[in-house]
Design a protein around this ligand. Structure first.
Ligand code: TYM
Length: 345
């Protein structure tokens, strides 16, 4: 039996990278898994707290995220959709895993290294390093491991930026299994695998050396799931490309152009090299206009659906409540076993 788990932070409306790299893959898996496979998708409010959040905005972003996920096609009668903070088993397992994680492992996480580098740049004094960052930013991958392992998940569909975290999760599962092995009994945790998409890394429209992200101050660097056709058009038109003639797929020397091809291929469900061939003798203007139309075509359904269901408060609450209670049935069984193994039953 497969158990699929993935999560998304409620830090604003998801962008095209979140959608192509993760959310659309959740919907695809929902259609392709076997009937007795389990799918769990979580809005991870605790992860959002690693950066300062205004409580009022967090509250509404958390509600909106539930509506967005439903709008993209996640069916709450098939998939378990819930708020992470409704299930305390995550934090219980997180603490146990904390006590099995070496600091050195966390220091190697690229997400931590980039936070550290950003903090050093912002504080020019030489002695300023990790002392100004909160511990949650450092231990956040352990909470992510708990999210996955508490359901004994086998498959984790995420974008490329999360790949190293999945390695850590496998490592922690293995450490737990070895530390608390009980002869004659199977290991507690399966080692989950990373499930990616061809569009696992969508780049910023303004700076194709970095990924499209929610945190960039430049709003033109990302397309949101709620952007209108004209917003999509103007963001794509202003996307940074290059001055070379013709169109080729070459992510190393033409990252901006290649990013547009990746987006077009993903939106139209085609292979990127095939798509590139069609544009070989065309210009950037032509490519951009087709990208904008393809993105609009892809997003208009979810956008309209979101505008409709975001106001159905009773329905949304019902989905979240049922989701949490179903999730807790799975995680409760895991925690019973975990507590027994570690001697705290
Ligand atoms: P988050 O909220 O930053 O992103 C949600 C999903 O979107 C993917 N993603 C991208 N994919 C392609 N191109 C991009 N530019 C891009 N930007 C983001 C992310 O890889 C992710 O799949 N730590 C996670 C949330 C999390 C989680 C988990 C995920 C918490 N616990 C357990 C899986 C399993 C995060 O911050 O994702």
């Amino acid at each position: 039996k497969h158990v699929v788990f993935s999560g998304i932070q409620p830090t604003g409306i998801p962008h095209l990278g979140n959608y192509l790299g993760a959310l659309s893959n959740w919907v695809k898996l929902q259609k392709t898994v076997e009937p007795n496979d389990v799918l769990l998708f979580s809005i991870v409010g605790w992860h959002a707290l690693t950066l300062p959040q205004d409580p009022v905005s967090l509250r509404s972003a958390r509600d909106d995220m539930l509506a967005v996920i439903l709008a993209t096609g996640i069916d709450p009668t098939r998939s378990i959709l819930f708020h992470q903070d409704h299930n305390l088993h995550h934090t219980e397992l997180c603490w146990i895993l904390n006590c099995l994680t070496r600091m050195g492992k966390l220091r190697r996480m690229t997400t931590w290294k980039s936070r550290l580098a950003a903090s050093r740049n912002a504080n020019s004094e030489d002695d300023v390093d990790e002392s100004l960052l909160n511990a949650g930013l450092f231990t956040y991958p352990i909470l992510q491991a708990a999210d996955v392992l508490v359901y004994r998940a086998t498959h984790v569909p995420v974008g490329e930026d999360q790949r190293q975290h999945i390695e850590l999760i496998r490592d922690l599962a293995d450490t737990f299994n070895h530390t608390f092995k009980n002869h004659g009994k199977p290991p507690v945790f399966p080692l989950p695998v990373y499930v990616d998409t061809p569009s696992k890394r969508i780049l910023s429209l303004k700076d194709p050396s970095s990924k499209m992200s929610k945190s960039s101050p430049d709003v033109a660097s990302r397309i949101l799931l709620t952007d209108t056709a004209s917003q999509i058009k103007s963001k794509v038109r202003a996307a940074v490309t290059d001055s070379m003639q013709g169109i080729t797929y070459d992510p190393v020397s033409r990252p901006g152009t290649s990013n547009l091809l990746t987006i077009l291929a993903a939106c139209t469900d085609n292979n990127v090299t095939e798509v590139a061939k069609l544009y070989a003798n065309k210009g950037h203007g032509h490519l951009k206009s087709d990208v904008a139309s393809a993105v609009e075509e892809l997003l208009k359904g979810p956008r309209a659906e979101f505008e409709k269901i975001r106001h159905e408060k009773a329905f949304l609450e019902d989905v979240a409540r049922k989701g949490a209670s179903q999730a807790m049935q799975y995680s409760g069984a895991t925690m019973d076993e975990v507590r027994k193994r570690i001697g705290l039953a």
